[in-house]
Design a protein around this ligand. Structure first.
Ligand SMILES: [Zn+2]
Length: 283
């Protein structure tokens, strides 16, 4: 069932768990993700990035995302991941997404607040959740020099002034693949959570971060965790193994099945890390 991101975040924050948020670029990804969520009776966020929209087309991604969500036996939020401009956010708001992200995190604080406030005013008229980002979720070495991490008092001001529903914070994780050891500033997560009065926080850049570290971040107050690269790599690995064993195969379905099984398995692992197993509130 397609549900509002506002409702799903509220329930997750009250229940002290995180919504697993997984990117999809085609039907097979969606089916693998939703099979995992249904098997574990978990609420789930399926999300589209700008790159995915460029790849598959806005309408196709929307149609399969909304269609899959409406047929699902668990609560499903359809989310826009890293919407960088007003136009794309408004388009998603109009065409069925139930959660959007206005990412103006590269702009100075006042401009970031203003951009998010503008989107939030419209989104809340339609019961659609807005995620924003504050701080620098890295990145390149050397960027850490001038403390790119999110400051607790700034996070509170950001929530208050923008009206957003959730905030992606910079606490040590990075987008994409890691170079070197991962360090998460748990103390900072707890301080931010306290400063914002328990409002929902989001963790990006968790691919290949050890499970117990992600779990500890959730226990400190994270209510949505994004996962992407790890599922894709598991899918590719399964495809490579299939092709090595079946070099003459021509039926794409035979290649897709092991890919979907591998992605489903990773999705189930991520749902468990988020403590979202059994948290579906649908009968
Ligand atoms: Zn991100």
């Amino acid at each position: 069932m397609l549900v509002s991101g506002i409702e799903a975040l509220r329930i997750a924050a009250e229940g002290n768990y995180a919504l697993p948020a997984i990117n999809y670029i085609n039907m097979e990804h969606l089916q693998a993700i939703l099979a995992a969520a249904e098997e574990l009776r978990a609420p789930i966020v399926i999300q589209t990035s700008q790159n995915a929209i460029d790849y598959a087309g806005f309408e196709y991604l929307r149609d399969i995302g909304v269609g899959a969500a409406e047929r699902a036996k668990v609560p499903v939020v359809l989310h826009l991941d890293h919407g960088k401009d007003l136009a794309l956010n408004m388009r998603c708001l109009r065409y069925g997404w139930t959660s959007i992200m206005m990412d103006a995190s590269l702009r100075p604080f006042p401009e970031n607040v203003a951009a998010v406030r503008e989107v939030t005013r419209a989104a809340h008229c339609l019961d659609i959740a807005v995620e924003a980002e504050l701080g620098f979720i890295g990145g390149k070495e050397g960027d850490a020099a001038n403390d790119p991490y999110t400051l607790p008092e700034e996070a509170k001001r950001f929530f208050d002034e923008s009206g957003c529903d959730s905030l992606a914070i910079a606490v040590g994780t990075q987008h994409g693949l890691y170079h070197g050891e991962v360090k998460i500033d748990y103390r900072r997560i707890r301080d931010i959570k306290q400063a914002v009065g328990g409002r929902p926080l989001v963790l990006h850049g968790t691919s290949f971060v050890p499970s117990q570290m992600v779990r500890e971040a959730i226990d400190c107050g994270i209510n949505k965790v994004n996962f992407d690269s790890e599922l894709k790599m598991a899918g590719m690995k399964a495809i490579r193994a299939f092709l090595a064993e079946n070099p003459d195969a021509y039926d794409l379905r035979k290649m897709n099945r092991p890919m979907m099984a591998a992605m489903k398995e990773v999705a189930m692992e991520k749902i468990r890390i988020c403590k979202a197993e059994g948290k579906s509130w649908l009968k």
